[in-house]
Ligand binder design. Structure first.
Ligand code: NAD
Ligand code: GLY
Length: 362
């Protein structure tokens, strides 16, 4: 088992990564001063696969478990679902020293964290992510929240978990497309922070795609380590943390104009990363061969890299301007200067963005 630390003063916490860790959940939870009741939040898909093991482990450690199941899907990351979670918690008489456990992907993690942040003015929660995206990104760093009909992730809070428990064996049941989508965020860490990790992903493709335990553990460990380092330095995104949004300005715009139907989040981010690299090249910041290397790695992991026919800069730029990361109408891009280092750029001319977005088939 690997153990990492997210350093945030009295809100610091551990990330445990390993095989067959789910049966250890109860023992890990016992170390905190929770009262006897735990709300286990999940969806039917994940609960059917892992609910009994998670609940059984908590019960064995003496906790009373209230199962709180919300339907599967991004559309249920909503205020209506929050209300159902609060109601279940109140009916089960969870108190200020009770805790929640999020068992599922990013949707369950985000909504459970937000429920924990607001129930009785804030209670503890544990993240047990079961998607690759959850394990390398959303379970770490304390961004929690729900969607609003007028915008994704618009309502939320920074609320750190007390523990992140990552059982890599849960990835065995994850649909391949979801797994590949999570790998886009992994590639992101290589580009923004660590060329050695990028090389590891280039060389280790077959092992990673073959779900080799050692390779997967390293992929998740290093991704969490980089995220923990960035979050420890800038918890509330005053500056540095924005680099985690590499590929996301264009990626979010692609999700918006395609109505969140055509692409999974990571797939849109993969396209966004390629075009952000392309934009860096248009601006003279990044060499052509580095752009090609980034694109080759995205493609090696079976992810899309190019805008589909019919989607043009004229569709994407207005969507980017509406993004919540846009401050006072200024577009912000995270641009690589080389593999392993990025800079935050504002005030880029629309014609440069248009030029970058016009690239196809190169
Ligand atoms: P998800 O939670 O919808 O999970 C994807 C699908 O996989 C679901 O159908 C789920 O039921 C299923 N699933 C989960 N684990 C499984 C398993 N082990 N076996 C089989 N099926 C399994 O999607 P996601 O990609 O994990 O998360 C996306 C969400 O994360 C978005 O709402 C996004 O906004 C959020 N997010 C948050 C952060 C953050 O920092 N908080 C970062 C990135 C993304
Ligand atoms: N997923 C981006 C962040 O946590 O800041």
């Amino acid at each position: 088992m690997q153990k990492l630390r997210v350093d945030l003063g009295d809100r610091s916490y551990s990330i445990l990564i390993g095989r067959n860790l789910l049966p250890e959940l109860g023992g890990a939870a016992e170390k905190f001063e929770f009262s006897g009741k735990i709300g286990l939040v999940s969806n039917p898909t994940v609960f059917k696969l892992y609910g009994a093991t998670a609940a059984g482990s908590l019960i064995k450690s003496g906790f009373e478990v209230e199962e709180i199941i919300i339907p599967d899907g991004e559309e249920y990351k909503s205020l209506a679902s929050m209300e159902k979670i609060y109601e279940a918690m109140l009916r089960a008489k969870l108190d200020r020293r009770s805790a929640l456990v999020a068992l599922g992907g990013g949707v369950i993690g985000d909504i459970t964290g937000f429920a924990a942040s607001t129930y009785m003015r804030g209670i503890d929660f544990i993240q047990v992510p079961t998607t690759l995206l959850g394990q390398v990104d959303s379970s770490v760093g304390g961004k929690t929240g729900v969607n609003h009909p007028l915008g994704k992730n618009m309502i939320g809070a920074f609320w750190q978990p007390r523990l992140v428990l990552i059982d890599i064996d849960t990835l065995a049941t994850l649909p391949k497309r979801e797994f590949l989508s999570g790998l886009a965020e992994v590639i992101k860490y290589g580009v923004i922070w660590d060329e050695g990790f990028f090389e590891f992903l280039e060389d280790g493709k077959d092992a990673v795609l073959g779900l080799d335990g050692e390779a997967l553990t390293e992929v998740i460990r290093r991704s969490c380590e980089i995220k923990a380092e960035v979050v420890s330095r800038d918890e509330r995104e005053a500056g540095l943390r924005a680099i985690l949004n590499f590929g996301h300005t264009i990626g979010h715009a692609i999700e918006t104009v395609t109505g969140y139907k055509k692409y999974l989040h990571g797939e849109a981010v993969a396209i966004g990363m390629y075009y952000a690299a392309r934009l860096a090249n248009v601006l003279g910041l990044l060499q052509e061969r580095e752009v090609s290397r980034i694109r080759a790695l995205i493609m090696a992991y079976g992810l899309p890299s190019e805008l589909p026919p019919g989607i043009e800069a004229t569709d994407l730029i207005p969507a980017m301007e509406l993004d919540k990361k846009t401050v006072s109408g200024t577009l912000k891009f995270i641009l690589p200067e080389k593999i392993g280092a990025v800079r935050i750029e504002k005030g880029i001319k629309p014609e440069d963005i248009r030029k970058a977005l016009s690239f196809r088939g190169v």
